[in-house]
Design a binder for this molecule. Structure first.
Ligand SMILES: [Fe+2]
Length: 451
């Protein structure tokens, strides 16, 4: 459970880090931006109240309020309006002469109640795009104000400053979150995805036949580690099983080989010629099969079939087999029965190849003129077609009780003359190519069957 949980735990921790970081950044952002905004507002308010304080300390004269340039030097570029108002609400001085002598309520700046409520101390009113500061002004030795300084300042620049600061903080926060997420993603990629890719590569090699392929194990004791170990354990077991099966198959093939040898020897005891004939036909048939690109498995079946192809002749009396004269019709019929006898002997043997059928067909001909079934064309197995040609060539080149060997040229002439009629053209061409090679010759008749 511990191994299975580590990576999931790490992933959850990474997710929690990003989540906590998001919350912390949001809270910090809220506090910081609020404080920043408050500081900006305080600065603006201080600027707005500054003219009143200067009046009270005598630094500014009343007349200065009517001079926009002087007021702008005091409050900065943001000045909208500067007035001196009496406690009765009459405008005494203004940067706009038309406003002098008018009631503050009439010009819509603020009402008299607001003016009186602000009498005790400086006050500030926030409006949508500006700030208004009212500062009571005292005459020397007086405890109640005689005038008010009214200053209105544009707050667009302050608002833009606060917005820019908020944007900067959001950009920084998002960048920090992205960087953290990327670091977590990169760590996950290094720790997990790269290892998974190596596992997939190893599995691909294993699937491609490299049974010794293993996954490099990274000892992290997490889920991927369990997967890597599992794959290697499974691969080792499969490799071991395949080795055992291969050894078992080898033993089976050796047993099969020995069985074929025993059967061939049984033929040899009665008829040495037939035993040697089968061995030499097998030699030529396999070479033809190789030239026709038969698979290794098909070649094994062809070789075994060739070794046993005349085993049915054990049912033919020796006198007929070794008769030095021309055979009678009856004797020839007995001889022609040998493919069926072989089939009956071998049909229940569980060869991994169709040996019994190949042998039954080895005297069939492409045009249907053969025996015992008279089948033709593609109905004849390719191994039987090869066997037919190798059989004829070996038989014609060998000495028989009733005639000496006819020679390779006559044998090749025979199969060439019946190419495409009795014999498969590709098989004939391959046989001619092999037997025309000056280096080709059949093995000696005394050679062992297992050679
Ligand atoms: Fe035969």
């Amino acid at each position: 459970m511990e191994r299975r949980g580590r990576l999931s735990l790490a992933w959850r921790i990474g997710f929690a880090i990003v989540l906590v970081e998001s919350v912390v950044l949001a809270v910090l952002g809220l506090i910081y931006t609020q404080r920043f905004a408050a500081a900006v507002d305080a600065r603006v308010e201080s600027q707005a109240l500054l003219p009143g304080r200067l009046f009270n300390t005598g630094v500014l004269r009343f007349e200065a309020i009517a001079d926009p340039e002087t007021m702008q030097q005091v409050v900065g570029e943001q000045l909208v309006a500067g007035l001196i108002v009496s406690t009765a609400g009459v405008i005494l001085l203004a940067d706009h002469p038309a406003m002098v002598g008018r009631d503050v309520a009439d010009v819509g700046l603020f009402d008299r109640e607001a003016l009186l409520s602000a009498a005790a101390a400086p006050s500030v009113q926030q409006r949508e795009k500006s700030i208004i500061a009212l500062t009571p002004i005292y005459a020397t030795g007086q405890t109640t104000p005689q005038f008010f300084s009214y200053v209105e300042m544009d707050t667009s620049a302050a608002l833009a400053e606060k917005t820019a600061n908020l944007g900067l903080f959001i950009t920084g926060s998002v960048g920090t979150l992205l960087a953290t997420s990327f670091i977590i993603f990169l760590s996950f990629r290094l720790l997990v995805l790269r290892r998974l890719s190596r596992s997939v590569d190893a599995l691909g090699r294993f699937e491609g036949g490299d049974l010794s392929s293993r996954v490099p194990v990274y000892r992290s004791r997490d889920e991927v580690f369990a997967l890597e170990k599992g794959i290697n354990s499974m691969a080792a077991r499969v490799e071991r099983t395949v080795a055992e099966l291969s050894a078992s198959l080898n033993r089976t093939e050796q047993t099969l080989e020995a069985t074929v040898k025993v059967l061939a020897n049984a033929v040899a005891i009665r008829d040495l010629y037939t035993e040697a004939h089968q061995r030499r036909v097998a030699e030529l048939a396999v070479r033809i099969g190789e030239r026709l690109s038969l698979s290794d498995d098909e070649l094994k079946g062809l070789r075994v079939s060739a070794f046993l192809h005349d085993i049915g002749k054990i049912a033919v009396p020796v006198e007929i087999l070794t008769k030095p004269k021309r055979l009678t019709g009856v004797e020839f019929s007995i001889i022609q029965n040998h493919p069926l006898v072989a089939y009956d002997i071998l049909r229940d043997v569980p060869f991994p190849w169709p040996v019994a059928r190949i042998i039954r067909q080895h005297h069939e001909r492409l045009d249907g003129s053969g025996y015992p079934d008279g089948i033709s064309g593609d109905a004849i197995l390719v191994e039987a077609r090869i066997l037919a040609v190798a059989d004829v060539v070996e038989a014609m080149t060998s000495d028989r009780p009733y005639r000496p060997g006819l020679g390779m040229d006559r044998a090749l002439e025979e199969i060439k003359s019946k190419r495409c009629v009795a014999y498969d053209s590709r098989v004939v061409d391959a046989c001619i190519a092999i037997c025309s090679d000056p280096d080709f010759e059949f093995a000696e008749r005394g050679s062992s069957i297992t050679a």
